[in-house]
Design a protein around this ligand. Structure first.
Ligand code: NDP
Length: 280
C-alpha cells in the first residue's frame, strides 16, 4: 500500500497481544504512513492456561511502538480499559496534547467471556460483554468525534465479527453484543457523516489469534468438548478458502478502510472471512 495515511493520527484499542488483530492493524496503519497510539488493558482479563498474561500485553504494546517507530512514524503506548470512561477521556486528552488530534479510531478491544451455554451465562458475563464491545466504543467515539470535527473529518472502524451478522450456538453474549456493534456503527455513520466522519464495522471470521485459542479453550471447558477434537468447533472445511485468516489480513483491510481509497465507504459491515459457510 502507498503511504496514503501520512500525517494522520490513529488510535487502536486492545492492541497488546503480539498475534492480535489490534497489533496487526496498528502496524499496517503505520506502514501506510500514520502515527499510531496503541492501547490495551493493564489488568488481567479472563485467563485460561497457556494464554499470555497482561505483563506480556504491556511488552507487546512496547514492541508495537518500537516497530511503528522503526518505520519512521511516531508511536505511543497507553494502558487503557475501554470500559472506564474517565480513563478513555484522559488518554484521548493526552493524545490530543501530544499528537494534535485524532483522525482514525480502530475500536478493536474484545472479550470472549460471552462464550458459554446460555443457561450458564451469568449477568456478569453479559455486562462485561456489553461494556467492552458496546460501551467501550461509545466512550472512545464520544471522546474522539469532537476532535475529528475540528480536523474536518475522520474514520471510526469498529471490530464486530462474523458473529455480528449471524449466530453460533453457545455464543449468546458475544453474538448479541457484536450485533449491537453493527447498529452502533450505522448510527455513527448517519449522525456524523455531515461532519466528514465515516464509520464502518468489520466482521472477521475465524482468525488465528490468542482470542480464538481462548474462545476454543472456554468452549472446551464449558461444552465438555474433547480438546483433541477442538478443530471441530471451527472446521476448516466450512471456510471456502480452507484456512484460518491471519491478523495481518484484517490489519490491511483496516488500513485501507482508513484511507481515501475508501472515501465513500460508510455505515456498512465488511465481512472478512474467507467465505465462511457456517452459522445462520
Ligand atoms: P486479542 O485477544 O488479541 O485481542 C483482544 C484484545 O482486547 C486483548 O488485547 C484484550 O486484552 C483486549 N481487551 C479485553 N478487554 C478489554 C478492555 N476492557 N479494555 C481494553 N482492552 C481490552 O484477540 P483478537 O485479535 O482475536 O480480537 C480482536 C477483536 O477482533 C475483538 O474485538 C474480537 O471480538 C474481534 N474478532 C476476532 C475474531 C477472531 O477470530 N480472532 C473474529 C471476529 C472478531 P487482554 O490481552 O488483557 O485480554
Amino acid at each position: 500500500m502507498s503511504e496514503s495515511l501520512t500525517g494522520k493520527v490513529a488510535v487502536v484499542t486492545g492492541a497488546g497481544r503480539p498475534r492480535g488483530i489490534g497489533r496487526a492493524a496498528a502496524i499496517e496503519l503505520a506502514r501506510a504512513g500514520a502515527d499510531v497510539v496503541v492501547t490495551d488493558l493493564a489488568r488481567p482479563g479472563p485467563r485460561v492456561a497457556g494464554i499470555p498474561t497482561v505483563a506480556e500485553d504491556e511488552e507487546g504494546l512496547q514492541d508495537a511502538v518500537t516497530e511503528i517507530e522503526s518505520m519512521g512514524r511516531r508511536g505511543k503506548a497507553f494502558p487503557l480499559d475501554v470500559t472506564a470512561e474517565a480513563d478513555v477521556v484522559e488518554v484521548i486528552d493526552r493524545v490530543q496534547a501530544e499528537f494534535g488530534g485524532v483522525d482514525i479510531l480502530f475500536n478493536n478491544a474484545g472479550t470472549p467471556v460471552g462464550v458459554k451455554p446460555f443457561l450458564e451465562l451469568d449477568n456478569e458475563a453479559w455486562d462485561l460483554s456489553w461494556k467492552v464491545h458496546v460501551m467501550g466504543m461509545v466512550y472512545t467515539s464520544r471522546a474522539v468525534i469532537p476532535l475529528m470535527r475540528e480536523r474536518g473529518g475522520g474514520v471510526i472502524i469498529n471490530n464486530s465479527s462474523a458473529s455480528g451478522l449471524r449466530a453460533l450456538p453457545g455464543y449468546a453474549a458475544y453474538t448479541a453484543t457484536k450485533h449491537a456493534v453493527i447498529g452502533l456503527t450505522k448510527t455513527l455513520a448517519l449522525d456524523f457523516g455531515v461532519d466528514g466522519i465515516r464509520a464502518v464495522s468489520i466482521c472477521p471470521g475465524d482468525i488465528d489469534t490468542d482470542m480464538t485459542d481462548l474462545g476454543m479453550a472456554l468452549a472446551v471447558e464449558h461444552f465438555g468438548v474433547d480438546p483433541d477434537q477442538q478443530e471441530s468447533l471451527a472446521p476448516i472445511d466450512t471456510i471456502a478458502l480452507r484456512r484460518r485468516g491471519q491478523a495481518s489480513e484484517i490489519g490491511k483491510v483496516v488500513a485501507w478502510l482508513a484511507s481515501d481509497g475508501a472515501s465513500y465507504v460508510s455505515g456498512n459491515s465488511m465481512l472478512i472471512d474467507g467465505a465462511l459457510m457456517e452459522g445462520i
